[in-house]
Design a protein around this ligand. Structure first.
Ligand code: CA
Length: 291
């Protein structure tokens, strides 16, 4: 009986190999590990079980950014139609309600929001997708990205790694950028992959922005189109720093180096809308850790 089964299985494996399908791919069914649909009533904050806010200007967060992040509902909340909205709002130097920002941050032009799963939720491998509509306008800088959790083998940025699943320059919404930043390849030297929207700018519609992440391999997709990727071999002799836990970040920056320091301050407000975020296993890989 056992021998027969074994023969049967080896026959099956041989048949699959013959078809060019590896047995693992045929057997593993990927599953959803975590999702955010943002279906809460209008004006709800991001779920504090998973998300926390970064507040302030952080000295431009290393990029000369010109926004002040708050945890106010006006800057980040659900819209009652199934989306989380991050809204950059022009600061008014003459308005007393903005004084607490404009007094301390002279370069700040907008209030906005940034949330991350740091210290709450980490991800290792798998497939992560956000369905989002980005804003338009010079200097608007929406981002859906990840940073490596600090660990013994690295020391902050960029040695712990950064995976940018979506970045768009508000001055050119025909393109999106998906990048890896690591030791020896960060900032302007990041491993970046560019998506070109054929004829319709990205800000007019929802699109899916995705990373497929496996040991020693990362691939980027937009609307299920392969945009580009990297492997441990392709970044060598620089190090591959992505076989580790990362946390998610969602924000809308304004100004800063990414869009060339430009900022159209006649824009009164701009929105990054996120319809959902999904995290699933990929070829059986994927681990969600709650802290
Ligand atoms: Ca939704």
């Amino acid at each position: 009986m056992k021998i027969k089964t074994r023969l049967l299985i080896s026959g099956l494996v041989l048949a699959l190999v013959g078809l060019g399908v590896t047995p693992t791919q045929a057997v593993v069914k990927d599953k959803l590990l975590w999702a955010q649909y943002f279906g809460e009533k209008a004006g709800s904050k991001a779920n504090s079980k998973f998300w926390s806010h970064d507040i302030g200007n952080g000295n431009g967060w290393g990029n000369n950014e010109q926004q002040y992040y708050t945890d106010k509902v006006a800057n980040l909340s659900t819209n009652g139609k199934g989306q989380l909205v991050i809204k950059a709002i022009k600061l008014d130097i003459d308005n007393p309600k903005d004084n607490y920002i404009t007094y301390w941050c002279i370069s700040c032009e907008y209030s906005s929001a940034k949330i991350s799963t740091r210290d709450k939720l980490t991800f290792k491998y798998g497939s992560i997708t956000a369905r989002a509509m980005v804003p338009q306008g010079e200097g608007m800088w929406p981002a859906f990205w990840m940073l490596g959790v600090p660990r013994n083998s690295c020391d902050g940025w960029p040695s712990c790694g950064e995976i940018d699943i979506m970045e768009v320059r508000g001055s050119d919404t025909y393109h999106a950028v998906q990048s890896l930043h690591g030791p020896g390849y960060s900032g302007g030297a990041a491993r970046s992959h560019y998506f070109t929207s054929a004829d319709i700018p990205l800000h007019t519609k929802y699109h899916t922005y995705r990373v497929d992440w496996l040991p020693n391999s990362i691939k980027f997709y937009i609307d299920d189109n392969y945009v580009g990727g990297e492997t441990k071999t392709s970044v060598a002799p620089d190090s591959w720093v992505y076989n580790a836990e990362f946390y998610l970040i969602l924000n809308l920056a304004t100004g800063g180096n990414f869009d060339g320091g430009k900022l159209d301050t006649t824009i009164q407000s701009a929105e990054l809308k996120v319809d959902w975020i999904k995290y699933s296993t990929l070829k059986g890989y994927g681990k969600l850790t709650k802290y």
